[in-house]
Design a protein around this ligand. Structure first.
Ligand code: SF4
Ligand code: FE
Length: 491
């Protein structure tokens, strides 16, 4: 097997025995739980599309490791075309689900790890890249979802891992044996964790000399002994437990994040891809973040397409679509959305080959892309709310619209243009509500801000990578100022 069907994916999840908590209770049959299932449906779309002939070559590709036909979500990028197709695939999935489809963190982690383990082997004579590629070949063959688990709780941000009052605030190795290692700690904000087959643990920052136990990369089954998941809340999440499908806003798809707790979890040596090499920790974080910052140029623009479409459709229903200011607001939304996409595409076409053969995106453009993503979805959401009007937040419930007495009255008074039934307006306003302040806003807004690093992280990288001295020299040359004179003047 190399391409699981949607059903095979669902069955493979059901066969796993994960310990999951939600609302203070342990969840059994999580695959059919109404709060979790939409997020599973979103991941399942990555399987569904891989069997659609229309998306062959986009969602599927040939493995560089085994030559098998695989899902692009498990691929090592072999050229800039691969990098561009990744963005296009993510935009497509954002368009079809209107939410986070969760499988990209694993994909971006694979590529970052391939580069960094190869570098480690070159420098240190270790065997990590070979072990990692064996693991990845298996992941490709089995078509697995892998949760890239990077973010530690971090405790007091002024203190490094070894200085924290509680040493477990960053995940660490607590024991080494002939068979493997034992790890303890937690990873937070874990996108799609519950929908994964494997957890790929990685460090979250650069480390100091006495912090070798924190420099650990390893893969474990998502239902390994000692792992517990606690699902994160999302705004308006309990609407998923209500009757009906309108008030949820997007009843079919959603995302999720979870806290994962690791209590002395065993990892065999063949699944350990970094063990104490502190000097490679920062490099791994930076490389992963670069890839993932570009990913947002795909998925968030796909979601943006849905929101722009919803805004235009609701404007038609309300009879405002021909007003010049509404048309201009839609144009502004398009401009912002395509600017994010442009960053993703540009960082991809400017990608370069690394020593492992895997292509890396352009890091400056990756950070520009993500910095735009920290702002533009908020502006697009603001414009969508502007176009939607106040009914977005004052509209009665689905139950009231269905009530035998008040339902017909609501439909009479809350209709827009007579050409459309009131329910169309209801559905579109709930979708905009979902994406701009409900469960969908988790991925579209707050995650755009903080996912793959908060805005300041991108600004720091831009300052570091932009080569300001080079720019200064360009100016000096044209201005006719001797370079050494300027340098003296600065002193
Ligand atoms: Fe993929 Fe976007 Fe979700 Fe990240 S936020 S996992 S890039 S869909
Ligand atoms: Fe994310």
């Amino acid at each position: 097997m190399t391409l699981k069907t949607k059903q095979e994916y669902l069955d493979s999840l059901s066969a796993m025995n994960k310990r999951i908590f939600l609302f203070g209770e342990e969840v059994s049959d999580y695959v059919n739980h109404p709060m979790i299932r939409p997020s599973i449906n979103a991941v399942a779309m990555t399987y569904e599309l891989s069997h659609n002939p229309q998306y062959q070559g986009l969602v599927t590709t040939k493995s560089s490791l085994t030559s098998e036909e695989i899902n692009r979500f498990t691929h090592l990028f072999q050229d800039t075309d691969d990098l561009v197709k990744k963005i296009k695939m993510q935009r497509l999935l954002g368009q079809l689900t209107g939410c986070c489809f969760q499988r990209c963190v694993g994909m971006d982690s694979f590529n970052a790890l391939d580069i960094v383990t190869h570098q480690m082997d070159m420098d240190l004579g270790t065997n990590y890249n070979h072990k990692f590629r064996e693991f990845l070949s298996w992941v490709q063959h089995e078509d697995l979802v892998v949760d890239g688990a990077m973010t530690d709780p971090k405790g007091d941000r002024r203190l490094s891992p070894s200085e924290q009052a509680d040493p477990d605030l960053y995940l660490r190795i607590v024991k080494r044996t002939n068979e493997g290692i034992f790890i303890r700690g937690a990873k937070i904000h874990q996108t799609g964790a519950i929908n994964s087959h494997q957890i790929l643990v990685m460090p979250t920052r650069s480390l100091k000399e006495n912090e070798a136990d924190y420099a650990v990369v390893c893969a474990i089954p998502a239902d390994a002994e000692g792992i517990t998941y606690i699902l994160g809340r999302q705004s308006s999440d309990t609407r998923k437990l209500e009757e009906g499908d309108i008030d949820i806003g997007n009843s079919e798809y959603g995302g999720h994040e979870a806290v994962i707790i690791f209590e002395d979890v065993f990892v065999p040596w063949d699944r350990v891809f970094m063990c104490g090499e502190i000097e490679y920790s920062g490099k791994l974080v930076e490389t992963f973040a670069g890839y993932h910052r570009v990913s947002y140029g795909g998925c968030k623009t796909g979601m943006g397409d849905v929101l722009i479409g919803a805004a235009q459709a609701v404007a038609k229903i309300q009879g405002t679509d021909q007003a010049p200011h509404i048309k201009d607001k839609l144009v502004e939304m398009i401009h912002l959305n395509e600017t994010m996409y442009a960053g993703g595409i540009a960082a991809s076409t400017e990608g370069v080959e690394t020593e492992s053969g895997t292509y890396l995106i352009d890091l400056v453009l990756a950070n520009v892309c993500k910095l735009n993503v920290t702002r533009f979805p908020y502006e697009i959401a603001r414009l969508a709310q502007d176009i939607a009007g106040g009914l977005l937040v004052t509209m009665p419930s689905e139950g009231d619209f269905n009530h035998p007495e008040v339902g017909p009255k609501l439909k009479k008074y809350l209709i827009g243009s007579a050409r459309y039934p009131a329910e169309h307006r209801q559905r579109l306003l709930r979708l905009i509500e979902n994406m701009t302040m409900g469960t969908g806003a988790v991925a579209y807004l707050a995650e755009s801000m903080h996912g793959a690093g908060s805005p300041m992280a991108q600004r720091i990288m831009l300052r570091r990578l932009a080569d300001l001295d080079h720019k200064e020299n360009l100016a000096k040359r044209i201005a006719g100022i001797p370079l050494d004179e300027i340098t003296k003047g600065e002193g």
